[in-house]
Design a protein around this ligand. Structure first.
Ligand code: ZN
Length: 259
């Protein structure tokens, strides 16, 4: 199998789960472990240094309280020092779910946008791709920011949004990645039908738990095999062809070498 889990929070698993995942993932060529905050960046860096299969991205997940000014400085300084060991900036984006639960004021929302803009600027300066958490109403705002900085290498993980934004993203050549939700969610199946395979990757977003046939199971990158089967079915292509395509997409997007 040639599979890359293009978005996982490996540092959020327990230590014994991490070793279990890495020892039982013969079909998984690489895992891209994205970061949540500075602690998470540090843990991911350790994992990437320890396991050659693990590649990492540094960032600040938007679905949490904003960092303090000092915290922000500390994080950006740390990333600057370690930037050669990351393959991208991520996970960054906008707090759609926090905003939905009325935990973000309009003023704070502006600050989240400013923080994201600072990351996009750095990604351009450092010539790194950017891994985005940007769904529904937030995604047009994020597209606007990416367009402002002429960012080409954008990966919208677990994307959900309207068809107008989907078309804008396709036109701009942005990538999306598909979670195991594709096996049981029609909305995601519809997205896969519309979106070009050449701009697609696969992911788990683990340890986030899945439902349907995955209910009650620890999220494992092996679940991606089921996702690929469903993508192949929707695209009416042979499974191995889809697997190879998704693998090559991820390798070239992140400029990863084969070994
Ligand atoms: Zn994530």
């Amino acid at each position: 199998m040639k599979i890359i889990d293009s978005h996982i929070h490996l540092d959020k698993y327990k230590d014994e789960e991490i070793s279990h995942i890495l020892e039982n993932s013969t079909g998984i060529d690489k895992l891209i472990s994205v970061s949540f905050d500075l602690n998470s960046c540090q843990k991911n860096l350790e994992l990437a240094r320890k396991y050659s299969k693990v590649k990492t991205a540094f960032g600040f997940h938007p679905e949490q309280e904003l960092p303090t000014e000092n915290g922000k400085l500390e994080l950006f300084n740390w990333i600057e020092i370690h930037k050669d060991e990351m393959i991208a900036i991520g996970e960054v984006g906008l707090p759609y779910y926090l905003k939905q639960s009325q935990k973000v004021s309009p003023k704070q929302y502006e600050q989240y946008i400013e923080l994201l803009e600072a990351f996009i600027q750095k990604a351009e300066e450092w010539q790194k791709p950017v891994i985005l958490h940007a769904v529904y109403d937030d995604s047009p705002i994020v597209c606007g920011l990416l367009e402002k900085y002429s960012t080409k290498k954008a990966h919208f993980h677990w994307f959900k949004g309207d068809s107008k934004t989907i078309n804008r993203m396709i036109e701009n050549g942005y990538f999306i990645s598909i979670t195991p939700e594709i096996v049981y969610k029609e909305k995601i199946q519809q997205l896969v039908k519309t979106y070009p395979l050449s701009k697609m990757m696969v992911e788990t977003d683990g340890p986030w738990p899945f439902e349907g046939p995955f209910s009650g199971r620890m999220t494992h990158p092996n679940m991606i095999q089921e996702s690929i089967r469903m993508v192949a079915k929707i695209k009416k292509l042979p499974i191995n062809e889809v697997e190879e395509r998704l693998f090559q997409n991820t390798l070239s997007f992140y400029q990863l070498s084969l070994y």
